[in-house]
Design a protein around this ligand. Structure first.
Ligand SMILES: Nc1ncnc2c1ncn2[C@@H]1O[C@H](COP(=O)(O)OP(=O)(O)O)[C@@H](O)[C@H]1O
Ligand SMILES: CC(=O)OP(=O)(O)O
Ligand SMILES: [Mg+2]
Length: 402
């Protein structure tokens, strides 16, 4: 390996986030985002931090993930940071579903690609985008190692009691139905960063991590290992999300099919894309929902209350799963920025040792920080996630060991 740079690609269902890092000091040379892929109003925002940091934006239709990545490659080229650079050591890809096979970052070959493809039915929003990202990057730099870092990897330590659904064992095994969990790169990074914030080793702390982005999940981490998480076979289970319902009685699906006359695809779209906050009140952005709540909007209030109620249930559940909790960490877009969500999530839980200090909770910072009062039994923390840095670190370590 000659280069010291890693390009990280996080291809979502309608977006690509990317970062180019120099792994000698983990500094960011460029960061960017392509949003609304497949729409007329796609937007690419590219910030070349290495060269003065003046952000560039372009809007206009970007048809698919392949076109998006090519546009990203062109932007990087303009700054002399292109994919052709000999400084580039590897490309790291976030891959959402890795099943049970992939417990570690993995160099991508045909067998790995085939496995990611086989898992599409259980991650239909994510794995196809991840695959396109990998194939496009391979076409641009066939000589370079491409590494997959799986969202599911951190959760493979879950005990069977947490990972299995209570359904017929043979049927479950035949169809590989079990709880895999997602956002694992974030849960791993944040649980470690939380231990560091407490001045302890990860092996010495039990943490509940609340990753609240557009997709949202909770996890219970005992001594550095995941023992339970809220997402399941697919990223649909668990918390109320931006557009996903999270937990519901599975019979809702039979009812919608038999009585409502909806097709399976209609129900899939309803639960994944038209439910959660957007289904409840028409908005999936927590900033907009809070603005409406503050104006007295009843539907936004109800959506917020349902979101919080579910979150509190998971906090209580994972408290019981762990027995002893040292810290609760809020992360991702909502967790890092929405003080009212954090306040409501632990309100009235002093009996469990949980509280937030209003002033600390309202302060703004990009650094990990405590928001619980001085001397609290359980630390409540805001710990910004950095999935891209974690993917780059794992990718660089793997290619360095080849
Ligand atoms: N200042 C803010 N206040 C409240 N919510 C915010 C704020 N900034 C971002 N968010 C929320 O974070 C979400 C995006 O989180 P993010 O972790 O980036 O999600 P994803 O990676 O799933 O796209 C937005 O949809 C919005 O609800
Ligand atoms: C797995 C998942 O839900 O990812 P995201 O939050 O990026 O949609
Ligand atoms: Mg995310």
């Amino acid at each position: 390996m000659t280069g010291t740079r890693v390009l990280v690609l996080n291809s979502g269902s309608s977006s690509v986030k990317y970062q180019l890092l120099d792994m000698r000091d983990s500094s960011r040379l460029a960061v960017g985002l392509v949003e609304r892929i497949g729409e007329e109003t796609s937007r690419l925002k590219h910030t070349p931090l290495a060269n003065g940091g003046e952000a560039r934006e372009q809007t206009g239709p970007i048809a698919d993930h392949e076109a998006a990545l090519k546009a990203v490659a062109e932007e990087l080229d303009k700054d002399g940071l292109g994919l052709g650079s000999p400084e580039l050591a590897a490309i790291g890809h976030r891959v959402v579903h890795g099943g049970r096979q992939f417990t570690e970052p993995t160099v991508i070959d045909e067998r790995v690609l085939a496995e990611i493809e086989r898992l599409i039915p259980v991650a239909p929003l994510h794995n196809p985008a991840n695959l396109t990202g990998i194939r496009t990057a391979q076409a641009l730099r066939p000589d370079l190692p491409q590494v997959a870092v799986f969202d599911t990897a951190f959760h493979t330590t879950m005990p069977e009691s947490a990972a299995r659904y209570a359904i017929d064992v043979e049927t479950a095994d035949e169809h590989r139905i079990r709880r895999y969990g997602f956002h694992g790169t974030s849960h791993a990074y944040v649980s470690r960063a939380t231990a560091k914030l407490l001045g302890k080793a990860p092996e010495d702390v039990n943490v509940i991590v609340l990753h609240l982005g557009n997709g949202a999940s909770a996890s219970a981490v005992r001594a550095g290992r995941c023992v339970d998480t809220s997402m399941g076979l697919t990223p649909l289970e668990g918390l109320v999300m931006g557009t996903r319902s999270g937990d519901l009685d599975p019979a809702v699906i039979f009812h919608l099919a038999r009585v409502g006359g909806l097709s399976m695809d209609d129900i899939d779209t309803l639960l994944n894309k038209k439910s959660g906050l957007i289904g409840l009140c028409g908005d999936n952005d927590m900033r907009e929902i809070r603005r409406r709540v503050d104006e007295g909007d009843e539907r936004a209030r109800l959506a917020f209350d349902i979101y919080i109620h579910r979150l509190r249930k998971y906090i209580g559940a994972y408290y019981a799963v762990l027995g002893r909790v040292d810290a609760i960490a809020f992360t991702a877009g909502v967790g890092e920025n929405a003080a009212p969500v954090r306040e409501a999530a632990v309100a009235g839980l002093e009996g469990l040792g949980l509280a937030v200090d209003a002033e600390r909770n309202g302060a703004r910072s990009d650094e990990p920080r405590l928001i619980s009062p001085e001397g609290a039994r359980v630390a409540v923390a805001v710990v910004p996630t950095d999935e891209e840095l974690e993917i780059a670190t794992q990718t660089y370590a793997l290619v360095g060991s080849l």
